[in-house]
Write a protein that binds this ligand. Structure first.
Ligand SMILES: Nc1ncnc2c1ncn2[C@@H]1O[C@H](COP(=O)(O)OP(=O)(O)OP(=O)(O)O)[C@@H](O)[C@H]1O
Length: 242
């Protein structure tokens, strides 16, 4: 079974078509990057696939459930780490994790245990008693990803997970994201092309809401007749870089 299969998935906002007849397949356990210039439709796609936004056309099968008919079954099995970090600023790292575990139905004891396991897994020990608002951007992003994973989803969406981070913090988060490979299906969006190239099994390029091409970084380079991925992207994204 594939983790995601979309069939002509479409989202219009008034006269504007943000996602236009998307046919996309993502395999289970895959780390898949969705790329495209500003406004290409990445966030709208993620929001539809994670049940936050209704499609205006088409359908998707997610983890074997129909998006439009079984959204609750899907929501129970997925999670999203949004672009703007969703941490509660006045709670500590541990409290944020316990809060989310509780929201997903864990008892107080289970939530405490789940938080402790997650702190260990994501190497958050040194900041576990710090209030989230006092953390650096890199730690906040790490916490945001940990919060998305604490419900033990089968599929997780990471919307620009390393946006605005320095190169060291970004590399540290790459390690975190790589550690998810194989056990969780990960869909990420990014504007950092080297990040997509370094992390993903396959890459899809959106342009004007349409999937232009999908494949490994090598396949995309070959299709564009380029050796460097950045040059291939510029050709394939097809709108010029904004
Ligand atoms: N709520 C909305 N109302 C109206 N138009 C919207 C809405 N959300 C998105 N759009 C439009 O849909 C198109 C796709 O937007 P989307 O945010 O999905 O692109 P994106 O690829 O994620 O861009 P970015 O890289 O800048 O985050 C854009 O033209 C945007 O203006």
């Amino acid at each position: 079974m594939n983790a995601i299969e979309t069939h002509a998935l479409t989202r219009r906002f008034g006269p504007r078509t943000a996602v236009d007849g998307l046919d996309l397949t993502v395999r289970q356990g895959e780390l898949f990057a969705l790329l495209g210039v500003n406004g290409a439709g990445k966030t709208t796609t993620l929001r539809m696939l994670s049940g936050l936004l209704q499609p205006t056309g088409g359908e998707a099968d997610i983890l074997g459930f129909r998006l439009t008919q079984q959204p609750q079954e899907i929501k129970r099995r997925i999670n999203l780490s949004p672009q703007e970090t969703a941490v509660a600023p006045n709670l500590t790292v541990r409290e944020n994790l316990e809060l989310i575990a509780g929201i997903y139905g864990a008892s107080r004891r289970e939530a405490a245990q789940r938080a402790a396991e997650t702190i260990a897994e994501f190497h958050l020990g040194e900041v576990e008693r710090s209030r989230a608002k006092t953390l650096s951007g890199g730690w906040q992003r790490r916490l945001s990803i940990a919060m998305a994973l604490i419900s033990q989803p089968q599929l997780v969406f990471l919307d620009e997970p390393t946006l605005g981070l320095d190169v060291l913090a970004r590399r540290e988060l790459w390690q975190v994201i790589r550690s998810l490979r194989g056990r969780v299906t990960v869909i990420l969006t990014t504007h950092y092309l080297e990040e997509a190239e370094a992390l993903s099994d396959r890459i899809g390029i959106l342009s004007h809401g349409r999937l232009r091409i999908c494949g490994t970084a090598q396949e995309l380079c070959a299709a564009a007749g380029e050796t460097r991925f950045e040059e291939a992207f510029i050709k394939l994204a097809g709108e010029g870089v904004q």
